[in-house]
Design a protein around this ligand. Structure first.
Ligand SMILES: Nc1ncnc2c1ncn2[C@@H]1O[C@H](COP(=O)(O)OP(=O)(O)OP(=O)(O)O)[C@@H](O)[C@H]1O
Length: 398
């Protein structure tokens, strides 16, 4: 666990859903024959995740996909049905508005109550109180019961409390959307400070730009399952492209296409057919090529592009050029096409590297096909040095 802040193993959360309230009662009364009146709903299904200390993780997914459920389980306010969650460090969680606050208590009383839950004494909270109250800036409302607060005031108090109690792990679930723009900027700045001091942040937001700017890694939860855990830009790109595909399919449905046609449109716009690299074992500074055959199934595909991305074995992103960024137009007509990616004098140093291949449309917004780790290359370096890539250089001596 030493460099891990959070480890989640095979976590599943099941809710029992009953058609009628009466069914719940009937089930509890059926002692002997144990008849079941519910069906199981998997809010999370077998999630595995390792989050390193200092990581800032953005969690995305459609409404109801399980993001808040995951955060609540990590924060310890909800128990998983199956699996293990290990958390190393003090957690401060800003969950849905209202969680963790007593509506009858005043702002001040809630600040102390929250501190107590996190394991701080009254004396310790006395020293933090001024920072919290100054950050929240809700004036004399701080002495009123929180049930009288507007949602914006509530968000201010919740954020001020969570960030000023010195947690090692900060969990922020969408609450920033509630505050006004000025307060949002203040919160993001505070979160940046928090991140810069090497602490761990988990952040759910439907504002993808916010996640892209703030987080280093992304998690995509889809119908309770983990679709992706990778470099944040990659996750957001794939997520956005899927959302766009879905809205294109929805539009086509609304325009009267049959479901079959829509499914065709959704799935079969294009496909990577074959990927062949010049050699899977290669020396540093050797020429390296990748031949990619792709097929398009329609003539109207706008601005297709092919990308190649290099990753380390533990998925650190190294380099990911694509034909569009390099100013090259590739064939966009129906049929089979071929592009060759050429690297003269491969500058990678010794080690194994994963290579992803992607086929996109609309200047990389629509993901047509993506092969994560299409192949792995082993690079042998005669050149004796350390690191990932060789950077051309000279030494000069006066
Ligand atoms: N107490 C509960 N009983 C039954 N189902 C529940 C309960 N709590 C949550 N769910 C269901 O679990 C699923 C996941 O909910 P969750 O709140 O984690 O989604 P989310 O990704 O955070 O959504 P949003 O983006 O809308 O906040 C949803 O379908 C929700 O209806």
């Amino acid at each position: 666990m030493s460099d891990l802040a959070i480890k989640i193993e095979n976590v599943t959360k099941i809710y029992r859903l009953y058609k009628k309230p009466m069914d719940r009662l009937k089930e509890s009364m059926s002692f002997f024959r144990k008849k079941e009146y519910h069906h199981k709903f998997y809010a999370l299904n077998n999630i595995n995740l390792e989050i390193k200390k200092g990581d800032s993780i953005g969690i995305v997914g459609k409404n109801g996909s399980g993001k808040s459920t995951l955060l609540k389980i990590i924060a310890g306010v909800l128990t998983q049905t199956e699996g293990q969650v290990m958390v190393d460090g003090k957690v401060s969680a800003l969950l849905e508005l209202g969680t963790g606050f007593n509506p009858e208590y005043t702002g001040i009383e809630n600040i102390y109550a929250n501190g107590l839950i996190m394991g701080y004494s009254k004396e310790e909270m006395d020293t933090k109180l001024d920072d919290i109250v100054n950050f929240a800036q809700i004036g004399e409302y701080i002495d009123q019961p929180v049930k009288t607060y507007s949602s914006g005031m509530f968000a201010r108090l919740a954020f001020a409390t969570a960030i000023n109690v010195d947690p090692e792990i900060l969990i922020v679930d969408e609450v920033l959307a509630v505050g006004d723009a000025k307060f949002q900027i203040k919160c993001i700045n505070k979160m940046e400070e928090f991140k810069a001091s090497g602490k761990t942040v988990l952040f759910v937001s439907h504002t993808l730009e916010q996640i892209k700017r703030f987080c280093t890694k992304g998690v995509w939860i889809d119908q309770g399952e983990m679709r992706m855990f990778d470099d944040v830009t990659h996750v957001i790109d794939m997520y956005e492209s899927e959302m766009l595909k879905e809205s294109m399919a929805q539009k086509a449905l609304e325009e009267g296409n049959s479901l079959l046609e829509v499914q065709e449109l959704d799935i079969h716009l294009g496909k990577i057919r074959t990927v062949t690299c010049s050699s899977e074992k290669i020396n540093t500074f050797e020429d390296f090529t990748v031949d990619i055959d792709y097929e398009l199934f329609d003539d109207y595909i706008a601005d297709p592009l092919v990308g190649v991305a290099f990753y380390t074995i533990d998925r650190q992103y190294i380099f990911g050029p694509n034909t569009y960024l390099d100013g090259l137009k590739i064939p966009n007509t129906k049929g089979l096409h071929h592009v060759r990616y050429v690297v003269p004098r491969l500058p990678l140093l010794g080690g194994k590297y994963e290579v992803d291949i992607g086929l996109f449309a609309n200047k990389s917004i629509v993901n047509l096909d993506y092969k994560t780790s299409a192949f792995i290359i082993e690079v042998v370096a005669d050149y004796f040095t350390e690191g990932l890539v060789h950077i051309d250089h000279n030494w000069e001596i006066e």
